[in-house]
Structures are given as C-alpha cells and as structure tokens.
Design a protein around this ligand. Structure first.
Ligand code: SF4
Length: 482
C-alpha cells in the first residue's frame, strides 16, 4: 500500500521525532548546504537577478488576478491542438478522472514524471486501489517509491537519504519491481545511477501511458513545460502513446516571453545550474507515429484546483501561489535543516509548506494549524525566493487567523491583554516601570509555566529583564522622553 501523510501528527510532535534522528539531520544538513552554496554563486553571477525576481513576482500576480481568462485560453488552445481538457475541483475528482482515463486504455502499468501535484492528491494510491501500477521514473522519486518512503523536498524528494541507504534500497527492492540491481552494487554515485538507468529503461520501453505534471502552462499557445535534470521526463513525454498531464491551475504564465523570465530563475535557484539539462515543451498531440514518430497520440490535461481558489481568496496568503517549486526556501531554512521535510506532514515542506498547506486545506485541522508556527521568522526564505514571497508576512497573518479561530485560546487571551495595555499610554508606562522594578527579583531565567504553557517555557530561557526601560534611560541621559 502506497504510504501517505494522511493522519500525520502536528508539527511539534513530528519534529520532535525527526530531530532525534542524527543520520537524517546529517543527510539534510549536507545536502541543503551543498545546494544553497551552488545557488548563491549562480544567483550572484546575474547582475539583473533582483530585476528578474521583480518581474517573476509581477507576472505571477498578474496571472492570479486574471486566472479565469488565462485558464480559458489554455483550454481553447489545448483543445485546438488535439488535446482534451478536464477540470478537477479537488483531489478525489482529479484521481477519478485520471483513473478512468488509464482504465480506458486497458493498461495496468504506467510511468510517471515526477510531479508534486500528483503526490499532493495521492494519485499513486488511487491508481493502486484501481489495480494500476504507477512507476516513478525520476531518480529521487524512484528511491522514495522503492523505499516505501515519503518525499521530503520538492526538488530532491530523497534528500534525506545518503548513498549507502540508497544502495541498500536498490539491492533490496529493485528485483521486486522489475530488473534487479546489478551484482556487487556499491554506493558509488555512478554505479547507483547506472543501476537506476537499467531498471527504468525497461519501464520506459514498455509503457503505453505516462502521467506528468508541468512546471509551467503557457496560455497563449496551450503549451506545457517540464524542466528536469535526468531526461526521464523527456522519455515519458515522447515514448508513451497516451499522455495525461495533471497540473495545478496556478502554473499558468501568459506568454513565452513571460516563460523566459522563469526559465532564467528556476534552475539557478533550484539546483545551482545555469540551465536545466532538459526543458521539454509540448502542445496537444505529437506528430503521427510513422512520420516523426515522437509524442503522444492521445493527450489529456487535467487542471486541478484542490484548494487553490481558497488560497486565492486570502489577500495576504495568495502570494504563496506564485511558488515555482524551486526548493530554495527549504535549503536555507534553519528549521527544515534540523527537522527534515517529513515533520511538515505534507509533500510541501519547509517555509512554503508552512504557508501553502494551511492556505490550501484551511486551519481547522490541528496539523495544518500547527504549521505557521514551524518558523523562527528569521526571514532567510524571503531573501532567496525567486518570486519574492514574503513568508514572514504570511506566517504572521496565518498565526493571527489561528489565534482568532480559537485554536490557541491562551495566546489569544494573552495578546488581547497586552494589546489592551499598549493602547493606553499611562497603563503601558506603569506596566513597563513595574516590570523593571519587580521583574528581576521575581522572575528566574528558567521557569516552567503550568499546563499547556509549559510547552513554551520548556524550550526557552527568559531574557534578563533590565532594571530601567528605554524611556527611563533616555529621560535620565537625554532629559526628554516623549
Ligand atoms: S516558495 Fe519561493 S523559494 Fe520556496 S519553493 Fe516556492 S519559489 Fe522556491
């Protein structure tokens, strides 16, 4: 049975479990530091880097403001090019559409191009329940699938694994799903890549149906774009007779000129490369077999909402829909570095997961309501995001929504009381003065508050309280406190 994040515990509980795993922390630290170092060098190479970020954010905001008309244009162009467009409101509808389409072909084994959206909607499990075996073809996604594991990063789903663990998975599992790992396989990267290549080649050559996502959807021509490093996507897109692309509605860009901006940003920001090794684009059907011979003879595009219009309705949070899934916010995040991706209980971990999951799913569930707190608010993610998402603004807004919704009544009451005092200058001055007088005497540096507040004080030290406030100090030294 395909594993999923369904029923995952809230972030504090899941993170506590993950930070106890030294091997995982070491794997994540090494991988994120390597990628972010390469990204920093490549971003600094471009004198127009900040202008590109501005342009990307502007294009995405324009798309989000006019999403309906762009999507209708996509539908018109894809249909004119011989494809069929399907609309899915949620995960269940998307899974039903894809399952029915695969069933109609009569195939029982299909290949997949790595797609976070199909992970988000649990497509593999839905296909499995219908007796259809979907095999991943991206190397990292293959490692996750063979290891009966879950993705922990949007670009490198097996980032939490080191090469010895990967070798063990290959030796143990490859034979159960096709061509076994070669005899005497070591953990040398070249040998591991060759083992994966041989195992996957059988899948590519045998598959009649492929499922992909897309990084971008160019509205003016109805063209889908997949950006990848290994060429497995190109194989799936060109060899299969039937191609089913499952794409989030926010992936739209208006024109090829707009696409150019994102292609300059994505690879540099994601993997520290000037260009991705493979950028595949396709519009509707491929040429007829027997002519050029490449490309699908049947093409379906499934456009998926699954909470995106809910996120769009949030005035502060809607900027999360600009995300192009480069993973840079994960690679820079001090929380992600220590917990890894599984602690976030979603295929979208790290800073983008902390805001996108609550926006897509709502804050009623304790798991999603815990995510806006999975941040130190250091703002490092703000600095690396190619589409200028202001994570700290969204996190604070979501925390306010959680508090307003009664999920944290103690925090809400405390903030209400503080707010009441701050609104009245005399009360505020008196409070500050009395804290300065009695605080240092009464408050030890390490305290434990009772009940649910204990979780807060367990991991914090009370800062030393100065004997006089800034206002008092100013008045004493400068003579005039306003
Ligand atoms: S939120 Fe920004 S930095 Fe994070 S994955 Fe998306 S585009 Fe990249």
């Amino acid at each position: 049975m395909t594993r999923s994040f369904l029923g995952w515990p809230a972030f504090p509980e899941a993170a506590e479990r993950e930070v106890g795993n030294r091997q995982l922390r070491e794997n994540v630290r090494r991988a994120t530091h390597t990628i972010r170092g390469k990204r920093a060098v490549l971003a600094a190479e471009r004198p127009d880097w900040e202008a590109l970020r501005d342009a990307a954010a502007g294009i995405k905001d324009q798309v989000l403001a006019n999403l309906e008309s762009h999507l209708l244009q996509v539908e018109e162009k894809v249909t004119a090019a011989g494809g069929t467009v399907h609309w899915a409101r949620d995960a269940a509808e998307a899974n039903r559409i894809v399952t029915d389409l695969v069933r109609a072909t009569g195939e029982r084994e299909i290949v997949k191009v790595k797609s976070m959206l199909t992970e988000e909607i649990g497509l593999d499990a839905a296909l499995e329940a219908a007796g259809i075996n979907a095999r991943e073809t991206d190397l990292a996604a293959t490692i996750v699938q063979l290891g009966d594991d879950l993705p922990s990063h949007v670009v490198v789903p097996a980032l939490h694994r080191n090469r010895t663990e990967i070798r063990d998975i290959f030796v143990r599992e490859m034979g159960r799903h096709g061509r076994p790992a070669p005899e005497g396989l070591t953990d040398e990267p070249a040998e591991l890549a060759e083992a994966a290549r041989l195992h996957l080649r059988e899948k590519f050559l045998g598959a009649k149906v492929a499922v992909s996502g897309a990084n971008f959807l160019v509205a003016e021509t109805g063209t889908l774009v997949v950006v990848e490093s290994e060429g497995n996507g190109r194989m799936c897109l060109t060899l299969a007779d039937t191609l089913i692309s499952v794409v989030g509605i926010e992936k739209t860009v208006p024109s090829w000129q707009d696409l150019e901006v994102f292609l300059q940003l994505l690879a540099r920001n994601a993997t520290g490369e000037r260009m991705a090794p493979y950028t595949s684009t396709w519009t509707g059907l491929g040429p007829s077999k027997g002519a050029d011979g490449d490309g699908p003879q049947t093409f379906h595009l499934v456009l998926v909402d699954n909470g995106r219009t809910r996120a769009l309705a949030d005035p502060t949070g809607r900027q999360a829909l600009r995300c192009i899934r480069c993973g840079a916010c994960m690679n820079i995040c001090p929380v992600y570095e220590r917990t890894g991706g599984h602690a976030y209980g979603s295929v979208y971990p790290g800073p983008i997961g902390a805001i996108l999951n609550p926006l897509l799913k709502g804050l009623d569930d304790p798991q999603t309501a815990s995510l806006p707190y999975a941040s130190t608010l250091c703002g490092a993610c703000n600095e690396v995001c190619p589409v200028r998402i202001r994570f700290t603004d969204v996190l604070l807004d979501l925390r306010a929504q959680v508090a307003d919704g009664g999920k944290h009544p103690v925090e809400r009451a405390a903030l209400g009381a503080v707010g009441g005092v701050m609104e009245h200058q005399a009360a505020w001055k008196a409070a500050v003065k009395s804290i300065g007088l009695v605080g240092p005497l009464l408050l030890p540096r390490k305290i434990r508050l009772p009940g649910p507040l204990g979780g807060w004080t367990d991991s914090r030290t009370v800062p030393a309280i100065p004997r006089e406030s800034f206002r008092t100090w100013w008045k004493r030294t400068e003579g005039d406190a306003k």
